[in-house]
Design a protein around this ligand. Structure first.
Ligand SMILES: Cc1ncc(COP(=O)(O)O)c(C=O)c1O
Length: 394
């Protein structure tokens, strides 16, 4: 047996027995808001392509043009000779759009959070205090680990609880950081950025906001919930979701970005984002500020789904955005529901522990402006038909 396979197989068996084993299943994008999986066309409600830009012709054309002109790879890391004018131009544009002095591109959102937060904590020193929403994304959790800090967790999206925790520790030495998402990837609810800004000001805490699911979708010109809000020290976001391509940014003061370019391993020791990706990002940044019509359609889709689900008796947690969870509880029941939906032409995956806390398995529906009204109607109709089936598996 190949070395360590006994160990790996035991863990896979353990996960299988708990209904938590995962596999990758290839799909082929097809139509607007759809995919073909195992030869069957499905409406896709699991993609984060919220504006339908991942298949927009302008992004594809510009990706191809950048590739033809500049090559398919940057060839080196940013500080060696991998920085192209296109990197610098996009960074300047993102900084302007987000209302910060400077911005920096990174290879992915996961890499950005893990590496940037880890770096900030490392330099903040051993007595740094990190206050984190209990439902923060895995990348932020790993950032805290890399920084060697055990976060003080506040109850999900409760600025009041954060205020208490900050006040209780007011006498402790050490720098303070607050880190949260502006739109929560799994619950689809929004953080109160103004309240967080006020708490950060009161406690002199560095405020770090992950805008992965808000970028492109919310805020003026789709620039997220932090754009134009005072008191946010670092806004992070991705190009991989509503912006239809790949990669991430962090935006903040010129000094912060210069510091990260000198200290952040996830920026320094990795090849620069490649020209075709830069082309797609550039085209997305041309389009996104003018996509208010698509953003309004997306919000209307989300309202219609929440209303339809409420009539069926489905708990959609605190969702107020394009992400609408249907809380199921049991992991096997969530899987059974996802299977039933797929059999009826709807792709919506079950999200299970460890991605979500125990007993909060759910189907996460991610809506898109690429969906039409008929797709939204079908989703609600199929959920009505399939919802009772989850009990049989529980
Ligand atoms: C809140 C949040 N932050 C960061 C990421 C990571 O972004 P990326 O997919 O670009 O690595 C995700 C993606 O799932 C996310 O949901």
């Amino acid at each position: 047996m190949p070395r360590f396979d006994d160990l790996f197989a035991a863990e896979l068996d353990r996960r299988e027995s708990l209904g938590l084993r995962r596999t990758t299943v290839p799909v082929v994008p097809a139509g607007r808001g759809g995919v073909v999986r195992d030869g069957r066309p499905l409406l896709n409600f699991s993609s984060n392509d919220y504006l339908g830009l991942a298949r927009h012709p302008l992004l594809a054309e510009r990706a191809a043009a950048y590739g033809a002109r500049l090559g398919t790879g940057a060839g080196a890391s940013r500080l060696v000779c991998g920085t192209l004018e296109a990197h610098a131009a996009i960074e300047a544009r993102v900084a302007r759009l987000k209302g910060h002095e400077a911005a920096m591109l990174l290879a992915s959102g996961w890499q950005a959070n893990a590496s940037v937060l880890g770096t900030l904590l490392r330099f903040a020193g051993p007595d740094a205090l990190l206050f984190a929403d209990e439902l923060n994304h895995s990348s932020l959790v790993h950032g805290a680990r890399l920084g060697g800090v055990k976060p003080v967790l506040f109850r999900h999206n409760q600025a009041g609880h954060l205020a208490e925790l900050l006040a209780e520790r007011a006498g402790l030495p050490g720098r303070r950081l607050i880190v949260t998402e502006s739109v929560f990837s799994i619950d689809g609810d929004r953080a109160d950025i103004a309240a967080l800004g006020a708490l950060a000001a009161e406690h002199d805490a560095f405020l770090y906001i992950d805008e992965a699911h808000a970028t492109g979708v919310l805020g003026a010109r789709g620039m997220g919930l932090t754009a134009g809000v005072a008191g946010v020290d670092l806004a992070m976001g991705t190009f991989s979701k509503a912006l239809g391509s790949f990669g991430a940014y962090v935006a903040g003061s010129r000094t912060l970005i210069d510091f990260l370019q000198n200290t952040c391993a996830g920026f320094i020791y990795t090849t620069a984002p490649p020209p075709p990706v830069l082309g797609a990002i550039d085209a997305a940044l041309d389009l996104v500020p003018g996509m208010d019509g698509e953003r309004a359609l997306l919000a209307a889709h989300a309202d219609a789904v929440r209303e339809g689900f409420a009539r069926i008796g489905i708990d959609t947690a605190g969702s107020t955005t394009q992400i609408v969870p249907a809380l199921v509880g049991d992991a096997a029941a969530a899987l059974a529901l996802a299977d039933a939906l797929r059999a009826r032409g709807v792709l919506a995956v079950a999200i299970r522990p460890p991605t979500v806390p125990a007993a909060t398995s759910r189907i996460r529906f991610a809506l898109s402006a690429a969906h039409d009204a008929a797709a939204i109607e079908k989703l609600v109709d199929e959920m009505r038909a399939c919802w009772p089936l989850r009990r049989m598996a529980a």
